[in-house]
Design a binder for this molecule. Structure first.
Ligand code: FAD
Length: 417
């Protein structure tokens, strides 16, 4: 097992960098595992790691149809925060942020977690009231929140339009512990750590069938053959509906495309994460210098991992409204990811009506920051049979019982809010 450290970088530098080993093995699938995780995104890899680390369960395979990190984990805009309002969400995201704060040490991997602070802008008295309530909920949960007035925002973000702005800035809710992390490094860090504990990471292995006998899961059919398993977890984000259908389940999930954009590299100009309160626009600057930004979903369900022009125009317009200086930057790339949208905008981490079959989905556009706590909670559920206390409300049956967790009143139908 190779540990990464500054000393290792130094000694490798002296020997021509010839001693680095591959970050994880490329094993062939074994005929049987204790646990098979379908999906090598952030949530699947984190689940494998916490199964190994917290519960000593290492006879585990993660089956990924593409390459590790090819899904939303490598496509998101990297924002990490704990600024939720509702009980059920609050404690979960608070737990996740604490795990982020120890993650690099835990994984022995630099995921470039940067707590540069997040500012949610507000533009009306009503919005201020809503953010004051949210800020109080964050403080009550033990997280941090600071209410900024207009001058407070101007001091931190002088480049926003404070002149004749179409939507004048009234202030902002500042979350100092919020920030960003390098998204693909998170996938690689979890992958490497899980592999070192003996988890098999199997790429180019699509699950095409889920075997169920007498109400119990017995294994999966894949493009690399049949694999038996005592327990199977479906952790496939935007493909959750299709994968659950392999077990005869119909989920309350819609798949929608969400786009993101990055500009050419610029000198440091934006040193926080900012979200606009009157349009669908949020932005930060990557460590390479690109301005990374995004907006809302394209307004119809789709399995295409690329977006359409009307939303591009909408996002650019919102950006120009908030900070006209952005019009000078050239957009370098844009891409899309397939989002698993639940009707109430909150996730599902639960067992199913099939014994030994577990479900983790419904991350909407906010599942990157959830990766550590989600893996932690799903591993707990798989190992103990009980929901973890931080994820106790993420039940599948809430859509039947009416115990919804409707944080933003948006869910899968953004066009209707
Ligand atoms: C543009 C964009 C911006 C975002 N911004 C943010 C943000 O700033 N902050 C935030 O918190 N969240 C954000 N998100 C959301 C976040 O990225 C997702 O909620 C999260 O990554 C989803 O979980 P995952 O990482 O496990 O998904 P994925 O990485 O998509 O993992 C699922 C994996 O399952 C695999 N799979 C599917 N079907 C099968 C099969 N049959 N067999 C085997 N494997 C299969 C897929 O190939 C994929 O690799 C954003 C998402 C997008 C697209």
């Amino acid at each position: 097992m190779m540990r990464y450290s500054g000393f290792r970088v130094f000694t490798q530098g002296l020997t021509g960098n010839t001693g680095w080993r591959a970050a994880w093995r490329k094993p062939a699938p074994k005929p049987e595992y204790d646990v098979v995780i379908i999906g090598g995104g952030g949530h699947g890899l984190a689940t494998a790691w916490y199964l190994a680390k917290n519960h000593g369960i290492t006879n585990v395979a993660v089956l990924e149809k593409g390459y590790l990190g090819s899904g939303n984990i490598g496509r998101n805009t990297t924002i990490v925060r704990a600024n939720y309002f509702l009980p059920g969400n609050s404690e979960f995201y608070s737990h996740s942020l604490k795990l982020w704060e120890g993650l690099e040490r835990d994984l022995n991997y630099n995921v470039m977690h940067s707590q540069r602070g997040l500012i949610n802008l507000f533009h009306s008295d009503g919005q201020r009231d809503a953010f004051v309530r949210r800020g109080n909920a964050m403080l009550a949960q033990g997280d941090d929140a600071v209410l900024l007035d207009r001058e407070g925002v101007r001091r931190m973000l002088p480049y926003l339009d404070f002149g004749q702005a179409r939507f004048p800035i009234y202030g902002g809710l500042y979350h100092p512990r919020g920030g960003t992390a390098r998204h693909d490094a998170v996938a690689w860090g979890y992958a490497r750590a899980a592999d070192q504990r003996g988890v098999d990471l199997i790429e180019n292995c699509e699950v095409t069938g889920i075997d169920v006998e007498n109400g119990r899961v017995t294994g999966v059919q894949t493009t690399r053959g049949m694999i038996r398993a005592k327990k199977v977890a479906m952790v496939t984000a935007g493909r959750s509906g299709q994968v659950a259908a392999l077990a005869g389940m119909r989920l309350p999930i819609e798949s929608h495309v969400l786009q993101a954009f990055v500009t050419e590299g610029l000198k440091p100009v934006i040193d926080h994460v900012i979200s606009f309160g009157m349009g669908h626009f949020y932005i930060s600057q990557s460590d390479k210098g690109g301005l990374v930004f995004g907006g809302d979903l394209d307004f119809y369900a789709s399995y295409a991992a690329r977006g359409n022009l009307p939303m591009v125009e909408h996002v650019m317009e919102a950006g120009m409204t908030l900070m006209p200086m952005i019009g000078r930057a050239k957009v370098l790339r844009s891409w899309g990811g397939i989002m698993d949208m639940s009707p109430d905008g909150s996730p599902i981490i639960d067992s199913t009506g099939i014994e030994g079959l577990y479900l983790n989905c419904g991350w909407n556009y906010g599942g990157f920051k959830a990766v550590p706590a989600s893996g932690w909670a799903l591993a707990h559920l798989i190992a103990t049979g009980q929901p973890h206390e931080t994820a106790a409300r993420f039940r599948l049956d809430r859509f039947a019982t009416g115990h919804l967790l409707d944080e933003e009143g948006t869910g899968s139908q953004h066009n209707l809010h």
